[in-house]
Design a protein around this ligand. Structure first.
Ligand code: FAD
Length: 574
């Protein structure tokens, strides 16, 4: 594990967030303040990052501001699936599923190191009441496997050739080989099908980096607080930079509201919002993979009491168990897992696993909010559409809301076509654009492997680096070449290395220990205790990069520990 402390004699706690400023941020603020942009994007989740990239790829000048860290909102809190959504098949929306699967194919092709095929095991049990959320009259129960098989066949067809192979029925032993924890008792039939998965926060960063490489000027910890007007239209926004407290006015021909569950608040800056959003909370538990006997495939929990499905998904050497779907009416930043979310997930998992997941097996929990466009009736949030919509107005102002991680590129294409007045669905250049880390990846593999071996890195670390950075693994190896100590793991028995901390601060705009441990790496979710211990060493590495004082370094460690405490399981009620 990395170790080391700030070399200060005296440290005191400061009431800070990131509380730092550095020359690179100052330069970015100066660029944002000068000249006029074609497009200003408010929101640095997957939607805003996608719009910034699409616009930049079409040669427009682009600015993007994010009030927190990139992906700090919903876009680091998803189930991390890149999918068409098997659950939406029974609803009959085949066009949507086909479009989503086309985006899955695009992602597998254009960012192959990060988005990878994932096998799924779907079990069907005797006495199932609502498999895949379909209410079946008992008389048709005998035909369930036939119906599910037909649904999976349609999913294969809609997904095209790159779907990872057609689905097939699995013998119980084969199902157990893929998911050792699956309950075999009462199992009627199991199926294997393929979808894909990607780390959401890393995907956002890959899109942000690609947008920057195309000239977009981006700034995290910069909040749009007011829209500016000129010539009878919205002409940009006034932004407060958190670390410095400086106000920057950014002028732009079109301002895009991509603020996710905050989109209603941002739209209200322009007048009465033209849409109504509902927020649906989704909780995930991060479970120790060894306790869960998680395998290399994901497991579908085929029915929940509220008519949905849930998943156990391998993630970062642990397993994600999720998710829930309940209406959230509080402040977006206050959403957290509560005791009923934890019991809901553990109880449902217990029905389909041979090994019960205990509270002690859960290392952390996180909650995300889905931005859903309200319908005219008052149906449950789980029944609301996951489609995206674009709302125009007042002049110079466009909002894009809804959608999925999987469909971000398509959403961005639609939004930029809308801005440019191209209602004919003009294809965006992003259709042929690989994301950062992809170009040269396959041809660089042998050299990267040889360099990692010479640097004494384990196979696990090399595999992790290739999956997280693609061709950019070379940058991590450069840093280790300069300072071999940077090849040390951040946490014991986990592959992430200290060089990633330096890279995050130097090139990926991380400005807090939280940015590094929760989003540039995901260690804070997976080994929270070790990260509490490693935080001073991580802060010391960042301090050297960003010129932090001892006070700021110490305050950063405290700020991280406070942020990490929000991921702890809620205290159980007596
Ligand atoms: P966000 O990521 O929330 O980004 C909006 C950003 O705007 C935020 O970072 C916020 O800080 C910023 N912002 C707000 N106000 C301002 C302001 N005034 N100034 C500057 N910035 C501002 N999709 C899938 O495809 N696959 C899945 O497996 C999947 N699982 C999911 C599971 C859960 C539990 C949830 C909740 C969602 C899931 N989704 C999934 C959906 C997907 O995660 C979301 O659709 C997507 O992340 C939304 O991205 P966004 O950029 O619109 O919102």
């Amino acid at each position: 594990m990395v170790s080391g402390r700030p070399t200060c004699q005296f440290v005191r706690e400061l009431p800070v967030g990131p509380a730092i400023d550095d020359p690179a941020r100052r330069a970015r603020r100066a660029r944002l303040a000068e000249g006029q942009f074609d497009v200003l994007v408010i929101g640095g989740g997957i939607t805003g990052a996608g719009v910034a990239l699409d616009a930049a790829a079409r040669g427009l000048t682009v600015a993007l501001v994010e009030q927190d860290d990139f992906a700090a909102g919903t876009s680091s809190r998803s189930t991390k699936l890149v999918h068409g959504g098997l659950r939406y098949l029974p609803l009959g929306d085949l066009r949507q599923v086909r479009e989503d699967l086309a985006e899955r194919a695009w992602l597998l092709r254009n960012v192959p190191y990060l988005v990878r095929p994932l096998p799924f095991v779907l079990p069907l049990y005797r006495r199932a009441r609502r498999p895949l959320g379909i209410d079946l009259p008992p008389i048709l129960g005998a035909a369930t496997p036939l119906g599910v098989s037909a649904g999976l066949w349609a999913y294969d067809m809609l997904g095209g050739r790159r779907s990872g192979g057609p689905h097939r029925a699995l013998a119980p032993d084969a199902a157990r080989m893929l998911v050792p924890s699956i309950r075999l008792d009462g199992l009627r039939r199991a199926y294997l099908y393929h979808d894909a998965a990607a780390d959401d926060a890393r995907l956002v960063m890959a899109v942000v980096r690609t947008a920057r490489s195309r000239g977009a000027v981006v700034l995290n910890y910069a909040r749009a607080v007011e829209l500016v007007r000129g010539g009878g239209r919205v002409a940009g926004a006034r932004v407060i930079d958190g670390p410095s407290g400086e106000a920057v006015t950014i002028t732009a021909r079109t301002t895009v509201n991509a603020a996710g569950v905050w989109a209603g608040d941002v739209a209200a800056l322009a007048g009465p919002p033209r849409f109504h959003l509902r927020r649906a909370k989704g909780v995930h538990l991060v479970v120790r993979a060894d306790r869960l006997l998680a395998g290399r495939a994901a497991l579908v929990l085929p029915e929940t009491d509220d008519g949905r499905i849930a998943f156990v998904v391998p993630w970062e050497g642990a397993a994600l168990l999720g998710t829930t779907d309940t209406e959230w009416t509080g402040r977006p930043d206050a959403a957290a897992a509560d005791a009923s979310d934890v019991s809901y997930l553990l109880d449902h998992a217990a029905r389909f696993l041979a090994v019960p997941v205990r509270r002690d097996d859960v290392v952390s929990a996180f909650a995300g909010l889905r931005p859903l466009i309200a319908s005219t009736d008052d149906r449950a949030t789980s029944g609301l559409s996951r489609r995206h919509e674009i709302f125009s107005g007042p002049p110079g102002f466009v909002s894009i809301v809804g959608g999925k991680l999987t469909t971000y590129r398509r959403m961005a294409e639609d939004a930029v076509n809308h801005i440019l007045g191209r209602r004919d669905g003009t294809p965006s250049p992003t259709r042929g654009l690989s994301l950062d880390g992809t170009a040269g990846f396959m041809s660089a593999l042998p050299a990267l492997r040889a360099r990692a071996l010479r640097a004494g890195l384990s196979r696990g670390t090399l595999r992790h680096l290739l999956r997280a950075y693609g061709a950019r693994t070379a940058r991590v190896l450069d840093l280790i070449g300069e300072r071999p100590g940077l090849g040390s793991p951040i946490a014991d028995n986990h592959p992430d290395v200290a060089a990633e901390v330096v890279l995050a601060a130097r090139e990926d705009m991380a400005v807090s220990v939280e940015d590094v441990l929760l989003r540039r790496t995901r260690l804070g979710h997976v080994v929270p205790d070790q990260c509490g211990t490693a935080a001073p060493a991580v802060a010391a590495l960042m301090a050297a990069e960003l010129g932090w004082s001892c006070e700021i370094t110490a305050a950063q460690v405290e700020a991280y520990r406070r942020a990490a405490a929000r991921l702890a399981l809620p205290v159980r009620r007596p």
